[in-house]
Design a protein around this ligand. Structure first.
Ligand code: 5CA
Ligand code: ZN
Length: 410
């Protein structure tokens, strides 16, 4: 699939710190340790509705991860999928009288425009499920041949691994897993399954549903295997970060990892599993199924500066569940104006010292609140105490830093 344009990322003087991120599997903040090329997979959208602020917040978190690796001199190989065939997409298409692929194409294009406006770094490989059906089917056929999977009527299920590793990613008890599996697209009660937690790898052809003739038979891919295969075939195993929102901690990331590990016999699928918190509105998670959404495209259409949206979403820790409230945007607009005024000043307080502090804060599990407070302070001193602001290189450097590390173009 076509990705979107790459925003310019300016270079910065001095030395970056190794990035430390909270890893769900390890339950601690640990250093990432990429090679020359950092490898990251972030779960993409299911394109049946427009990008809302929850999606945007999650993609911004992983955008910062990449910006920090780039600052540290790594190349980055970024892969993202598009779940362009799945039950919710078919349901919405039927409900609105739209063709499912037309709906997917339209919403994916809107997402590209939103990501471009927000200056989110694009994936090098932006991969739809529809265009990957054959490679996914081959993996399903291999899992079946290797007895990691079994047939149930016209469908194929993965055997939940019994090697003691299943659950390492989410660290949930079996009881918690059963509850979440039922809530998040699983089918624990289907008769004939060997284990209620077994995940659907392949959905056999159904009357009236799209299907493909493949190595796994006629049908379409299950959800988790799509990400295992798209990621593994482009990035290999042991990727540096597998990312997504916290609603993907289980079952999606657990099963995706288990499928990839069964397929290759290698462990682990990812060295860090990183999850962004949920953005809520009126006390509930913002979600397409609940319909309590604030769309990026709507805000843009109303003339809101995308950089203010970006700043509003970075004002809070990426891992925390947080509420979108009406006051966030005006506050971000004020901040943006303040930073723009300060970086246009002839001089400001020591820019290099601020850069070092910002790098420290971001390398510590993306402490964006700490960064915003530090830049606010610098901007205030620049504007309020011109006599005390002695560094004529600071305004330009701070503007460049905010662009490179926060993705905010002033
Ligand atoms: N296509 C699958 C992943 S393979 C999917 O979950 N699509 S999605 O459109 O539902 O979500 C896209 C991304 O946004 C996921 O990482 C999801 O965890 C994240 N997300 C969804 N809702 C929110 C929310 N309210 N706050 C933060 N992130 C969210
Ligand atoms: Zn995924």
């Amino acid at each position: 699939m076509q990705s979107w344009p790459t925003p310019d990322v300016p270079e910065l003087p001095g030395t970056a710190r190794p990035l430390r991120l909270y890893d769900t599997a390890a339950d601690e903040v640990r250093p990432t340790a990429p090679g020359a090329t950092a490898r990251i997979y972030v779960c993409g959208i299911t394109p049946y509705d427009a990008t809302h602020l929850g999606h945007a917040a999650t993609y911004l978190a992983f955008d910062l991860v990449q910006r920090l690796w780039l600052d540290a001199g790594h190349a980055v190989h970024y892969v993202q999928n598009v779940t362009d065939i799945d039950d919710p997409l078919l349901e919405r298409a039927a409900a609105t009288g739209t063709g499912w692929s037309e709906l997917a194409e339209r919403e994916t294009e809107l997402y590209r425009q939103d990501m471009t406006a927000l200056r989110v770094l694009p994936p090098a490989d932006y991969v739809g499920v529809v265009e990957s059906v054959e490679e996914i089917a081959e993996a399903v056929a291999k899992l079946l041949a290797d007895d990691h999977a079994y047939r149930l009527e016209s469908d194929i299920y993965a055997r939940t691994p019994s090697n003691g590793r299943f659950g390492y990613e989410s660290r949930y008890s079996r009881e918690q897993m059963l509850t979440l599996f039922a809530e998040r697209g699983g089918d624990p009660d289907r008769p004939g399954k060997h284990d209620p937690l077994d995940a659907l790898l392949w959905r056999g052809r159904r009357e009236g549903e799209p299907f493909w003739e493949t190595a796994a038979g006629a049908g379409r891919p299950g959800w988790h295997i799509e990400c295992s295969v798209i990621a593994r075939n482009r990035l290999g195993m042991g990727i540096d970060v597998q990312g997504g929102g916290s609603d993907l901690r289980f079952p999606h990331h657990e099963h995706s990892a288990a499928h990839a590990e069964a397929l290759t016999g290698e462990w682990p699928f990812a060295r860090h599993y990183v999850h962004a918190g949920m953005i809520g509105l009126d006390g509930e998670k913002m979600s397409k199924s609940r319909g309590n959404l604030v769309f990026v495209s709507k805000l843009r259409g109303a003339g809101v500066d995308p950089m203010a949206i970006r700043l509003a979403l970075l004002d809070g820790h990426y891992r925390a569940d947080r509420e979108w409230t009406g006051g966030r945007l005006p506050q971000a607009e004020l901040r943006l104006a303040g930073w723009r005024a300060a970086t246009a000043a002839p001089a400001g307080p020591d820019g290099m010292a601020l850069l070092e502090h910002v790098r420290d804060r971001l390398a510590d599990d993306l402490d964006t609140s700490g960064v915003l407070a530090a830049v606010d302070r610098w901007a205030r001193l620049t504007v309020e105490q011109p006599g005390g602001a002695t560094d004529p290189t600071a305004p330009e450097l701070v503007g460049r830093m905010v662009d490179a590390l926060l993705g905010v173009k002033l």
